[in-house]
Design a protein around this ligand. Structure first.
Ligand code: ADP
Ligand code: 5GP
Length: 200
């Protein structure tokens, strides 16, 4: 069986990563979402184990020491990390695993797993980005400013990514991301085993 791959999705806070991932996962039952650990407090409507594993700083430090993270980073003042064992097991089994992580984390993944696929999601404009964060209503004015400032920093790393998807109309962004997944599945290096099947 051929291996699966990691699909890393980054982009400024509020550009719609969570919304896009949710839609893609609804439409593609086989895709797997990597649930990150974070020291951030849960937002209204978020569930432990589904959106994130909400843990305290001490537990997070333990996980770092035990090398349980594939990558981790301090994002907007909170710690976030991808539990390693689960995602690597899934990839070994042939599954495609979505990692919705920030640029710092994506760079760590690229270093360790250059064969992963990197998608940068962009808002149609920075003013629309601000509208979306405000509309979500989950951050204070101060946190909105931090997130907007960080957005410009994150854009500097866009060349490290393989694909850009602009999230203007959600459904179009979803379809483009699905097209990336289809194309990546068809890469020759991922389909080496196919010859064994067709040469009969
Ligand atoms: P992120 O996960 O990147 O921080 P969210 O998925 O939480 O962003 O989206 C931020 C806000 O923008 C939410 O209120 C969401 O409903 C809205 N949103 C997401 N995608 C779109 C879109 N294509 N058009 C308009 N609003 C959107
Ligand atoms: P939020 O607090 O809005 O859910 O996420 C804030 C930022 O943290 C987003 O850019 C999101 O992609 C990023 N993030 C979420 N999980 C992880 C993770 O496991 N690792 C890293 N490096 N970033 C993450």
């Amino acid at each position: 069986m051929s291996k699966g791959f990691l699909l890393v999705i980054s982009g400024p806070s509020g550009c719609g990563k969570g919304t896009l991932c949710k839609k893609i996962l609804e439409r593609n039952e086989k895709l797997i979402f990597s649930v990150s650990a974070t020291t951030r407090m849960p937002r209204r409507g978020e569930t432990n184990g589904i959106n994130y594993f909400f843990i305290n700083k001490e537990r997070f430090s333990n996980m770092i020491e035990e090398k349980e993270f594939l990558e981790y980073a301090n994002v907007h003042g909170n710690l976030y990390g991808t539990p390693k064992q689960f995602v690597l097991e899934q990839v070994e089994k042939g599954e495609i695993v979505i990692l919705e992580i920030d640029v710092q984390g994506a760079l760590q993944v690229k270093e360790a797993y250059p064969e992963a696929v990197f998608v940068f999601l962009l808002p149609p404009s920075m003013s629309e980005l601000k509208n979306r964060i405000k509309k979500r209503g989950t951050e204070s004015e101060k946190d909105i400013d931090i997130r907007l400032k960080n957005a410009f920093e994150e854009l500097k790393f866009i060349d490290e990514y393989d694909y850009i998807v602009i999230n203007d109309e959600l459904i179009e962004a979803v379809e483009k991301t699905e097209a990336i997944i289809i194309a990546e599945k068809l890469k020759v290096r991922r389909l080496k085993n196919i010859l064994e099947k067709i040469i009969d």
